[in-house]
Design a binder for this molecule. Structure first.
Ligand SMILES: NC(=O)c1ccc[n+]([C@@H]2O[C@H](COP(=O)([O-])OP(=O)(O)OC[C@H]3O[C@@H](n4cnc5c(N)ncnc54)[C@H](O)[C@@H]3O)[C@@H](O)[C@H]2O)c1
Length: 452
């Protein structure tokens, strides 16, 4: 799926719901995160962000045993938490691939309209829930797809594995570095199979590009550039947005401390990814995909040593997070840049370009192309023929299939939880630099962020 489809994929619109949920767990989590996260880091002086001190959700729960041992021919029974654009994409994609031998027997969403649509897509018989805890009580469920907004991933993933379910959790895996470290810790207290939704890890062109990079084709690489260009419209004003859905808004904002909870705001519900309470903005949203590939190909999947960033919401009305930015990352042997604008769609696409002493690699939606140095001096010879060209679009279906297969074999999938955490850590670091307007460094423990 193109991430772009998300701009028009949450079908229903919310209304205020009168329910209040007790959320001691969430308050503790977010306060802890804030103490170690971006807010605190913006204060001058060195701040240490230790996951162990700040985010321990799930630590006191005894994990339930896994639901059952799956044989090669057993039908896998799934549930979905978050049936918006990406959740419904997963339902269709998994059901379309018959060899998956899987079905959805339960749907959870706080939107009544999205619940209904998803149940219909699942054949009409799936049970539906507003609260994910109720879905997780279904003993017959083997695995759970999590496609909720980013600030819910931690709780949804930890609750799922503690309930004995395998899980596919969408990217960006975490809302903060401490959050992600705790997710790794809690998942590894169990024997559950967890895949993070970074589908480039299962896309043939990227896998083959990794092999060619490992063969030394590029030589020493000193610069890698990740870029993303889309032209997006302004957000509507809340008063102009008509709501025809019934949404449990109190539950939506349950993970937030009281001062970050607001009366029903349909724009924040629908466009949550452009507000800091719910997401790291496009820095983490799209950046997770691309920085993961950069780290996988060139830095043993490890996060950077430091990041700097400049960005702002220059044009798009209603955005709180930047519509345009450039982050610079320092890795031990090279630097990477990550540039995005949603104000102009030059090429209408994403790309990663790696510059080596012996060659250049371009990866994009079409596939991967390797060019030998040096490029031709004559303009007539442009563009040169690639030495290697691997054509393949992104394959979410193969990433899902890899998870389902690993549920049967109990092998680790292509994007396990450590990889998900390391990928988004780079972007959380860049957001810390953005808020502090200073260079942010990450200690070798992968958790301690320092801003001088
Ligand atoms: N891998 C990819 O290419 C890709 C593409 C798009 C989105 N995503 C990721 O998928 C996730 C969902 O994104 P989306 O575009 O589908 O957003 P969306 O807003 O369309 O859908 C989110 C859904 O979650 C529901 N929800 C919110 N809080 C909930 C809760 N507590 N319990 C149950 N349901 C809840 C909402 O009602 C909505 O239906 C995000 O993490 C996003 O980054 C990944």
């Amino acid at each position: 799926m193109s991430d772009k489809t998300r701009t028009s994929n949450t079908s229903g619109q919310p209304q205020a719901a009168g329910k209040t949920e007790s959320s001691n767990w969430s308050r503790r989590r977010i306060l802890g995160t804030a103490a170690a996260g971006v807010g605190a880091l913006a204060i001058s002086g060195i701040r240490r962000a230790k996951a162990a001190e700040s985010s321990d959700y799930g630590s006191k729960v005894t994990p339930a045993p896994g639901s059952r041992v799956l044989g090669a021919n057993d039908r896998i029974l799934l549930g979905i938490i978050g049936a918006g654009g990406m959740g419904r994409h997963h339902i269709k994609s998994i059901l379309d691939r018959k060899e998956n031998n899987a079905e959805f027997i339960a749907v959870c969403d706080i939107s009544e309209a999205n619940r209904k649509t998803a149940v219909e897509m699942c054949g009409g018989k799936a049970k539906s829930f507003n609260e994910h805890e109720k879905l997780l009580e279904m003993k017959e469920i083997d695995g759970v797809l999590i496609a909720s907004p980013d600030f819910w991933h931690s709780r949804h993933l930890i609750d799922s594995v503690m309930a004995g379910k395998d899980a596919y959790c969408e990217k960006p895996m975490s809302y903060s570095i401490p959050d992600g470290a705790n997710m790794v810790k809690q998942v590894r207290r169990t024997d559950r199979i967890v895949q993070i939704g970074m589908q480039r890890r299962s896309t043939p062109s990227v896998i083959e590009a990794k092999q060619i990079v490992d063969s030394g084709f590029l030589g020493e690489v000193s610069l890698v550039r990740a870029e993303w260009y889309w032209n997006m419209g302004d957000l509507p004003k809340p008063e102009d947005m008509k709501l025809e859905d019934k949404v449990d808004w109190e539950r939506f904002q349950a993970p937030l401390p009281p001062e970050k909870r607001y009366p029903m705001n349909p724009v924040k519900y629908r466009f949550w990814r452009y507000f800091w309470e719910y997401s790291g903005g496009n820095m983490t949203d799209q950046g997770t995909h691309l920085m993961d590939v950069i780290q996988w190909l060139f830095n043993d999947s490890k996060p950077p040593l430091a990041a700097q960033e400049h960005g702002a919401a220059y044009q798009i009305k209603g955005y709180e997070t930047p519509d345009t930015f450039c982050a610079v990352f320092e890795y031990p042997k090279f630097m990477a840049t990550w540039t995005l604008t949603y104000t102009n769609n030059w090429h209408d696409a994403w790309s990663i370009i790696a510059h080596g002493r012996k060659g250049t690699l371009e990866i994009d939606d079409k596939g991967a192309r390797f060019y030998k140095e040096k490029w031709p001096a004559n303009w007539e010879d442009f563009p040169p023929e690639p030495e290697h060209e691997i054509s393949s679009p992104l394959r979410v279906d193969l990433h899902e299939a890899n998870w389902l297969e690993c549920m049967r074999t109990r092998k680790q999938p292509n994007a396990p939880v450590e990889i998900g955490h390391q990928a988004v850590s780079a972007l959380h670091l860049a957001n810390a630099a953005h808020h502090a307007k200073k260079r942010a460094t990450l200690d070798p423990d992968g958790m301690t962020v320092r801003i001088p």
